[in-house]
Design a protein. Structure first.
Length: 298
């Protein structure tokens, strides 16, 4: 016989993927997203569910409140602005033989480039943008979370939208074209063809490497701008190209370097007009140890 707790747990599980997607976009951290979803479950268990008319909507706002508290706590702890080298946790899936158009439809994902832009928003701006623009939550439901009127909440979203549109790079959504560029990049790296690497990079390409606080030397965190400087970096580390493989990184074609099972680096890119405009590499050993090489897309 199914108990009330078991029935409630079943109803909660129906919403878990959606809640994790909301929290991941809010936090850019897979571990913190899971914690936020779990906290929503705990709060649900302490609530009279007879008073909840729309469980999905209620859970979404609860996760929003939890994430907002976490973002505000981060801001309070952070003595300096977010470092330019920060790269959020990537979501990695195998690159299958599914038709590229169908793969795009299946991947409920958000690119690392956009997550990096979201990191620059104020906590209330980020919550409002994520809930309204990404998940169509009405401003009337968001307003109590950010303790503002619906009109002021709408202004928050508008301000966040302008900042995102001004900072997020445009990118080709076609997985087939992304794959061609990445395969050419790997071939040039493996073959030691420096000029071919330069040709694949946009003149204003930006490379962002997040190696964590403990890595020093040539592999340390950095931001590099320009086709030739970025190509020089790729050329320096070309010995690792032999163990790199294509994968879906946040719904786009990227590279995972995992010579012995565990990833040593994960790279996402933005591609436009056949050239790479942005490269985002997570090489922080501590954070990489927590990643799943093949996991469910958030």
């Amino acid at each position: 016989m199914t108990t009330d707790t078991e029935r409630l747990a079943e109803r909660f599980e129906e919403h878990r993927d959606h809640l994790r997607a909301v929290a991941y976009r809010m936090l850019g951290s897979l571990a913190e997203a899971e914690d936020a979803v779990q906290e929503a479950w705990f709060r649900l268990g302490r609530t009279d569910t007879d008073e909840i008319r729309n469980l999905g909507g209620w859970l979404t706002t609860v996760v929003g409140r939890v994430c907002l508290d976490l973002l505000r706590s981060r801001t309070a702890r952070r003595e300096q602005p977010m470092e330019d080298t920060f790269v959020p946790d990537p979501v990695i899936r195998p690159l299958t033989s599914v038709d590229p158009e169908q793969e795009v439809l299946q991947a409920d994902s958000v690119g690392l480039a956009l997550l990096i832009v979201l990191e620059t928003l104020e906590p209330a701006e980020r919550l409002t943008f994520v809930l309204h623009d990404m998940f169509a939550v009405p401003f009337d439901d968001i307003a109590p979370i950010v303790e503002r009127t619906p009109a002021a909440t709408r202004q928050l979203a508008s301000r966040a939208r302008r900042r995102v549109q001004g900072a997020a790079p445009s990118a080709d959504p076609d997985l087939g074209r992304q794959r061609q560029v990445l395969e050419a990049f790997l071939a040039a790296s493996r073959g030691g063809d420096f000029e071919a690497l330069v040709a694949l990079l946009h003149p204003d390409v930006v490379l962002r490497v997040d190696s964590g606080a403990l890595v020093r030397g040539a592999a340390a965190s950095k931001v590099v701008r320009g086709a030739r400087p970025v190509a020089e970096g790729a050329f320096t580390f070309r010995r690792f190209a032999g163990t790199a493989r294509l994968a879906l990184v946040n719904g786009a074609v990227g590279l995972v370097n995992a010579p012995e099972g565990g990833p040593r680096s994960v790279m996402a890119v933005t591609v436009e007009d056949g050239r790479i405009t942005g490269m985002y590499i997570l090489a922080d050993p501590e954070r990489l140890d927590r990643l799943e090489l093949t996991g469910k897309e958030d």
